[in-house]
Design a binder for this molecule. Structure first.
Ligand code: UT7
Length: 323
């Protein structure tokens, strides 16, 4: 049976680190509030002129180096982002050219914070259907460009960054002991689109707009839907939450991460947490956390790993894989 295996992981964070205290200078907020409500202590912001594709290319190069392959050995580049360089072309094509690739195909996936999970599931399908042997799957964002700096309930939560993985075709025996992606589970429900959206866009207003979020409502959906998609993706692979070695969740809020783990009966030492250092980097958060987990030696060969995310749409989902 064809399996998609992660061969390399990498990430890139812009140099500028912004501590919570920075917001105290222009907003009625405090480090204490931000840490206690979200778990976020600092985040990175891209420099002026530094674009989503710049972050993506740096992360991609690190993932390629980790996999020990050249960019031209890649058949497809998928960039999950809600903060593309331009309205078109796809940021993925800018990344493709930036990596010096002269072959293959490239496209973006727009599923907001669930973008990386969506991109990984689509890359798995491309590999399983024979359309690609190696896919570079990238999550990259510059959310600092869509913040409303007068809205303290949102602008303190987000950061910029990028993470990437090289996914490669392998052969397994079809059991859940195989390495690679074992199952994927994707959902969206557009009835809830207004609780997390951007106030502008090409067709609606010919502006970029700013992020708006009904935080409490998103929070309520998040815990239930993340626990459910994790349970469902494991069931598809004939597994249960008790068998998980590591969860690599979307890093939006430590309270969402801990409550979801509690709901699944998972101790926190099985959960990779980076939210304190990165804030919410939307589609970049999971590949960033995966890459940091590799650096921290939190992932061992054979581990059952689940990634799960939810964001604007609402769109959510999970991927179960064996490391
Ligand atoms: O990545 C996509 C998914 N996104 C998420 O998962 C985010 C989900 N939501 C959340 O993480 C949380 O709802 C927040 C962190 C956004 C907010 O936490 P909360 O515990 O739900 O707080 P709240 O919105 O109920 O606000 C409590 C109070 C309010 O004041 P009053 O009305 O009680 O007087 C807010 O105005 O905190 C106030 N507040 C702040 N105070 C200081 C809101 N933002 C701030 C702030 N500093 N930055």
């Amino acid at each position: 049976m064809i399996r998609s295996v992660i061969r390399g992981v990498g990430h890139y964070l812009p140099d500028r680190v912004v501590p919570n205290s920075w917001f105290e200078s222009f907003l009625d907020t405090s480090d204490e509030w931000i840490v206690s409500r979200s778990g976020i202590e600092r985040r990175h912001f891209a420099a002026e002129g530094q674009l989503t594709s710049d972050l993506a290319i740096r992360a991609a190069r690190a993932a390629l180096a980790g996999a020990g392959i050249e960019a031209d050995a890649v058949d497809a580049v998928i960039v999950a982002t809600s903060t593309p360089d331009l309205t078109f072309p796809a940021t993925a094509t800018i990344v493709q050219a930036g990596l010096g690739m002269t072959r293959g195909f490239a496209f973006d996936v727009q599923a907001v914070c669930a973008g990386f999970v969506y991109a990984l599931a689509n890359a798995d399908s491309l590999i399983k259907s024979g359309q690609a042997e190696r896919v570079l799957v990238i999550g990259a964002e510059t959310f600092s460009r869509i913040m409303n700096w007068e809205d303290r309930s949102t602008c303190v939560l987000f950061g910029d960054g990028a993470g990437a993985v090289v996914l490669e075709r392998a052969t397994g025996d079809g059991t859940n002991a195989d390495h690679g992606i074992l199952a994927t589970d994707l959902h969206s429900d557009g009835r809830y689109r207004e609780i997390l959206q951007v106030s502008g866009g090409v067709s609606a207003s010919q502006t970029t707009g700013h992020l708006m979020m009904a935080g409490k409502e998103v929070f309520r959906h998040a815990v239930d839907k993340l626990a459910q998609t994790t349970t469902d993706v494991l069931a598809k692979a004939g597994l249960t939450a008790a068998e998980i070695d590591r969860v690599v969740p979307h890093q939006a809020n430590i309270r969402i991460i801990t409550r979801t783990a509690q709901k699944l009966g998972l101790p926190m030492d099985k959960v990779v947490v980076t939210v304190a250092d990165h804030g919410n980097t939307s589609a970049a958060s999971i590949p960033l956390a995966l890459s940091v987990a590799v650096e921290r030696e939190q992932l061992r060969q054979g581990d059952l790993v689940v990634t799960e995310a939810i964001g604007g749409g609402l769109a959510w989902g999970a991927v179960a894989l064996r490391w």
